[in-house]
Design a protein around this ligand. Structure first.
Ligand code: SAM
Length: 272
């Protein structure tokens, strides 16, 4: 079956249809609201009610009015917007870090990727968009309830994705996949997965771990160094400082995301 995920479909379609995911953007408050369009759906805002049917057949960026004639704009949500608003039961990989992870782990179409834990599926969403129909993603978690949230979020944003497999298993105890191109670990003790990395990651493959504290990152880096199978080890964090540009107020925003996680990346070597 050919994979036709959200992006393929939306590139062909112009007007919004019933069932589409949209954001209603309020330019006055600079706020957006995620909604799934239903013919009889209504969305209550502090500036009036928007009837969903107004958005049907409209193109992205067109105006919809509340019953009090206030203007909102309708768009399809970007992945960044969706992740910030999606349901979650775990900490997620923050969108500012996802951009770095995709480049530092060198994610491209056709790769075989193992990731753990599935959590709420933020990282999975970003990986799935890039690996394409020839790629494969296998996602591990020890908690079924969290994987259910991840599945729901992926279905909501991408639709059915045939090249994604979920497994309930402790990744520290090993996995059956071999010759894996990338292993991405977003869980507390990636050093416990060292044997998994040694047996399942192909030579030249990349491991990336995302950790909230630098002491965890240090422990992981030391375990990679001691294992002797890994090189090109780098640790970094991303700091994004949004700016307010409005009239004379040209300055950094008062509130920024201070800290999320540290990223450690390494390449597997061929030994012997
Ligand atoms: C921070 S959350 C992952 C968030 C996810 N990457 C996202 O972006 O939404 C950590 C997840 O790792 C799972 N986990 C913890 N230890 C694990 C293990 N040994 N094997 C597999 N999953 C594990 C937890 O159940 C939790 O769902």
């Amino acid at each position: 079956m050919k994979q036709e995920i959200r992006e393929d479909k939306y590139c062909k379609e112009k007007g919004f249809k019933e069932g589409d995911l949209v954001i209603f953007y309020d330019p006055l408050k600079n706020k957006s609201y995620l909604q799934r369009l239903h013919r009889d759906g209504k969305f209550m805002t502090h500036r009036g009610i928007i009837e969903h049917r107004q958005a049907l057949d409209k193109e992205e960026g067109e105006v919809v009015l509340t019953h009090t004639e206030r203007e909102f704009f309708v768009f399809r949500p970007t992945l960044n917007e969706f992740i910030k608003k999606m349901a979650r039961k775990s900490a997620i990989m923050h969108p500012k870090d996802l951009g770095i992870v995709l480049l530092w782990a060198d994610i491209y179409p056709g790769l075989k990727i193992v990731e753990a834990g599935s959590g709420s599926g933020a990282l999975l969403l970003a990986l799935l968009r890039l690996v394409g129909e020839k790629g494969e993603v296998i996602s591990y978690d020890v908690r079924e309830d969290l994987q259910e949230i991840a599945k729901e979020n992926i279905k909501n944003f991408l639709g059915e994705v045939p090249n994604l497999k979920f497994k309930i298993k402790d990744i520290y105890t090993g996995i059956e996949e071999v010759d894996v191109d990338r292993i991405i670990l977003d869980l507390p003790c990636p050093w416990e997965a060292l044997n998994t990395l040694k047996t399942s990651l192909r030579s030249g493959g990349i491991v990336l771990a995302y950790l909230p504290t630098i002491t965890q990152s240090e422990k992981f880096v030391k375990s990679l160094q001691q294992a002797g199978d890994f090189s090109l080890i780098e640790t970094m964090e991303s700091i994004v400082r949004p700016w307010n540009i409005e009239g004379l107020s040209v300055r950094p925003c008062h509130r920024i995301i201070g800290h999320t996680g540290f990223i450690t990346v390494a390449r597997k070597m061929k030994r012997g």
